[in-house]
Each structure stands twice: as structure tokens, then as C-alpha cells.
Design a protein around this ligand. Structure first.
Ligand code: ATP
Ligand code: MG
Length: 448
């Protein structure tokens, strides 16, 4: 395997000190697959102390587990000492690690054969003790050794299996897959943050439905997001799908095929999650009234539980809440502005992306014309007053006009805003003050 100049020079320092340096995992795997990988993980027989002694700048990033970050020619290199691992009593982290000097021993503790390939950084020779290359050629994700034991040690590997199948377009080896099914409920031992991270990585693959479908097939989805799992039992005829979960997956794939953001992909994954609880049979038809509201609520709960950022929670909530917006030409400018307010200006692009993906996954005929018209209507009103900040008066002005501060004043300001949204030409200081005084007079004392 060709080794970039800097990395070869870096490994020469190890050689000069009587040690070796190997690239391991993704870099070797992706080289053999002919795909790009800029994420290098290194391992070495030198102990963290020995590595620290070899370089001027070494950060002890994960020294307990033998990982340090070396700064070499202004680049950061993450280097982990060969190690074996003790028992995993929490099904996630080894109770103890032991440093060893044998590469094979280090590779044997890794998750899948295709991730246990190592390349010597000084000469590029590839070491493949577990037939990883053959599995790469056959497109198979196979646990190293006994799959059941590997998943019992670390439950994160369950979801990593789905991620690598999704990322590489591979299938899991039958024994590996069966063991994952048998142990799917142990995914609860993995921290929610890690689950979020791995699911996000699946969502960012080219065809997320492969990994997500595998999460469903193994029972991982049921253990992690039961409401989403339930969607598979709700029949619904749409393009390329016959139930709500498969429609969701088609919509997520659509988002991936356009290269849309992680936020939009999460929104697609959760956009119909409320359908099972809103389902109503009316004659021969099934209806899901109010599923946009319900889905937004559940989406928020799911993302809160997964402990993702507040920004993502809010964005997904708003996108899911508004995904049933259906524009028609009879909308007034006021209605267009109210939509902008509900969605938020900064989310308008994502909003259209969500509508687009849902549309593609519903009837396969994106309503281009209507969407374009709505975009034009939005552009035409964007510089008109729409929020309290845009009003020609504020609370102080009303106070000076004799209106007492309090909830009553808040209601007056909101009424003024509603009026200005519909009739922007009324947004002048004098008109609004007059209107405010009238509104204040009509309020009962209890309302002020
Ligand atoms: P990517 O290209 O997505 O970064 P990667 O194979 O480099 O893929 P990482 O998560 O960066 O994956 O991990 C680097 C290597 O460390 C893996 O290839 C694997 O050998 C090992 N590894 C990582 N996590 C685990 C785990 N939970 N159990 C066993 N081995 C693991
Ligand atoms: Mg990596």
C-alpha cells in the first residue's frame, strides 16, 4: 500500500527507536477498496511512554487505553499501543487493557475482519491475519472469531455492523448477523450519545436504508426507537414502499441521494413516526390525521433521549411539524409570511428539501411547479415586516402612549403584528400607536 511521504517519515522515527508503526482499520480497508479515506488510525508496539519519549509534542488523549496524539510536522497522528483487552463486564468497555508487542494479538481484538487489516508504514506491506481481504472482495462483514462473544464484549459493535454494511454496501455474514439478532437487546448498554453518533453515520452513508433496514431486521431499531419499528406494521401504498417504515426509508435515501444535511436526514427518518398512533380506518381508507403534530412530538422525545444538540432537536421538530404544508395559489401574502414565521427564515431551504424528499417517496412526481411558485412567493415577501422586531413601534412606545406593561401589552403587540402581516402598508408609527390605544381601551382590566 502506498504510504504518504509524511507518514513514512513519521514511522521512521519509530524505526530509529527500534519500534514499528502500522496503519490499521479504515485507511487500509478503503485503500484496498479503492475508495478515499483521510482518517488514519495507527498502532505500534511502543508503549505510550516510549512514544512520548520519541517526540517533542505528545498529547495523552486516551493514555489509559494506550492512545496518544503525536504532533509531527504540525500534523496530529493518533497512535495506539498494541493491546489485548480484559473482560467487558459493562458490555461496552474492557475492564482492563494489557499492552502487548505482537501485531496479530492487537488485530484479534478488533471488531470485523475487514477492519483488522494493517499496513506497515515504512514499507506498505499489508498484514491480513483474519482473511479480511477475501471478505472485502466478497462484500462481507464478519466478526473476528466468535461473533457472539465479540458482541457480548462490546454492544456498540452491533450497530457498527449495520454502519459498515451501509457504508460499504456489504452484507453481514450469516453467523455474525444471527448473533447480532440474538443480542440486539443488549444495545441498551451503549450510551445514547454513541447510538446517536453511529446512527448519524449510517444516515450520512450513500444508501442509509441498507443500514437502517438492517437495524430493523436485527431488532436493534425495536430496542432503540420502538415507535419507528412499529411503522413497519402499518400498511400504506406509496412509491417503492408498502408500509410506513419503508416509505420513511425511501425518503431518507432520497435525502442522501441529493447530499442533503444530517438534519434533513434525521427529519426524514422521523417525519412519519407518529403515524401508528394516529391511524384511523375510514371505510376502505386509512387516514393519519394530525400525524405531523404527533410525529414532531415523538421526534423531539427521541432526539432528546439520544442527547443530541438542542439545535438539531429544534430544527427537526420544526421540519417534521411542517412537513404536511400544502401550498396552493389562493394563499394570501399573509399566509406566506405566517409560514415563514412558523418555519423560520434560516430553515427555509431545509423545509423545501423535506417536502421534496417526502414527495419523491410518496408519488415519485415531485410537485415542482407548485414548490417553485411557493419559493417565488416567499422571495417576494421576505423584506416585508413579519416579526415583532419589524414593527414600527415597540413596548416602550406603547408605554409612553399610556398603555401599561404586562401581558395585555404583549397581546396588543401581537395583534398589531397580525395586522401588519396582512397589510404591510399600515406599519407606520402613528397608525400603530392609534390602533394600540384603541385595542387597549377595548381590553377589560383583567386582560391588562
Ligand atoms: P471509518 O472510515 O468510518 O473511520 P474505521 O474502520 O477507521 O472506519 P473507526 O471507528 O475509526 O473505524 O475505528 C478504527 C479501527 O478501530 C477499526 O477499523 C477497528 O479495527 C477498531 N475499532 C473501533 N471501534 C471498535 C470496537 N468497538 N470494537 C473493536 N474494534 C474497534
Ligand atoms: Mg477511522
Amino acid at each position: 500500500m502506498p504510504v504518504p511521504r509524511d507518514i513514512r517519515d513519521f514511522s521512521q522515527v519509530f524505526r530509529d527507536n527500534g519500534h514499528s508503526l502500522y496503519a490499521v482499520g479504515g485507511a487500509v480497508r478503503d485503500y484496498l477498496l479503492g475508495t478515499e479515506n483521510n482518517d488514519w488510525d495507527f498502532c505500534t508496539d511502543a508503549t505510550p511512554e516510549q512514544v512520548t519519549a520519541m517526540f517533542r509534542s505528545v498529547i495523552p488523549t486516551g493514555i489509559k487505553h494506550g492512545t496518544v496524539t503525536v504532533v509531527f510536522r504540525k500534523q496530529n497522528y493518533e497512535v495506539t499501543t498494541f493491546r489485548t483487552e480484559g473482560p467487558y463486564s459493562d458490555r461496552r468497555h474492557p475492564d482492563e487493557v494489557h499492552f502487548v508487542t505482537d501485531l496479530r494479538e492487537d488485530l484479534s481484538r478488533r471488531d470485523f475482519t475487514v477492519n483488522a487489516l494493517a499496513a506497515d508504514c515504512s514499507d506498505g506491506i499489508i498484514y491480513d491475519y483474519f482473511d479480511g481481504e477475501a471478505d472485502l472482495r466478497a462484500g462481507i462483514i464478519r466478526a473476528i472469531g466468535n461473533p457472539r462473544e465479540r458482541f457480548e464484549e462490546d454492544a456498540l459493535r452491533l450497530i457498527r455492523m449495520c454502519r459498515f454494511c451501509s457504508k460499504l454496501g456489504f452484507t453481514a455474514h450469516s453467523l455474525t448477523f444471527d448473533s447480532a439478532c440474538a443480542l440486539s437487546s443488549t444495545i441498551s448498554f451503549v450510551s445514547k450519545e454513541r447510538v446517536f453518533e453511529e446512527m448519524s453515520k449510517i444516515l450520512m452513508t450513500k444508501k442509509p436504508s441498507a443500514g437502517l433496514g438492517m437495524m430493523y431486521d436485527t431488532g436493534l431499531l425495536k430496542a432503540l426507537i420502538p415507535e419507528l419499528d412499529k411503522c413497519a406494521s402499518i400498511e400504506q401504498d406509496k412509491v417503492g414502499s408498502d408500509n410506513v417504515l419503508s416509505h420513511i426509508l425511501v425518503s431518507v435515501d432520497a435525502a442522501a441521494s441529493y447530499g442533503y444535511s444530517l438534519t434533513v436526514r434525521w427529519a426524514m427518518l422521523l417525519h412519519d413516526i407518529g403515524k401508528p398512533s394516529c391511524m384511523k380506518k375510514i371505510g376502505n381508507f386509512t387516514r393519519f390525521f394530525g400525524h405531523d403534530v404527533k410525529s414532531a412530538e415523538i421526534a423531539l422525545e427521541v432526539l432528546r433521549e439520544l442527547k443530541c444538540s438542542n439545535a438539531l432537536q429544534e430544527d427537526v421538530y420544526v421540519l417534521v411539524r411542517n412537513h404536511m404544508t400544502r401550498y396552493n395559489r389562493s394563499w394570501t401574502d399573509g399566509a406566506v409570511k405566517r409560514l415563514i414565521n412558523r418555519v423560520g427564515r434560516e430553515r427555509l431551504d431545509m423545509f423545501f428539501e423535506v417536502l421534496w424528499c417526502d414527495r419523491i417517496a410518496s408519488d415519485g412526481k415531485p410537485g415542482l411547479e407548485e414548490t417553485d411558485l411557493l419559493k417565488e412567493r416567499i422571495d417576494a415577501v421576505l423584506d416585508q415586516p413579519m416579526t415583532l422586531k419589524d414593527l414600527a413601534v415597540n413596548g416602550n412606545d406603547l408605554y409612553e402612549a399610556g398603555i401599561p406593561r404586562g401581558p395585555g401589552m404583549g397581546r396588543i403587540l401581537n395583534s398589531l403584528l397580525e395586522m401588519v402581516i396582512d397589510y404591510p402598508t399600515l406599519n407606520s408609527r402613528q397608525t400603530l400607536l392609534e390602533q394600540a390605544v384603541l385595542l387597549s381601551k377595548s381590553q377589560s382590566p383583567a386582560d391588562k
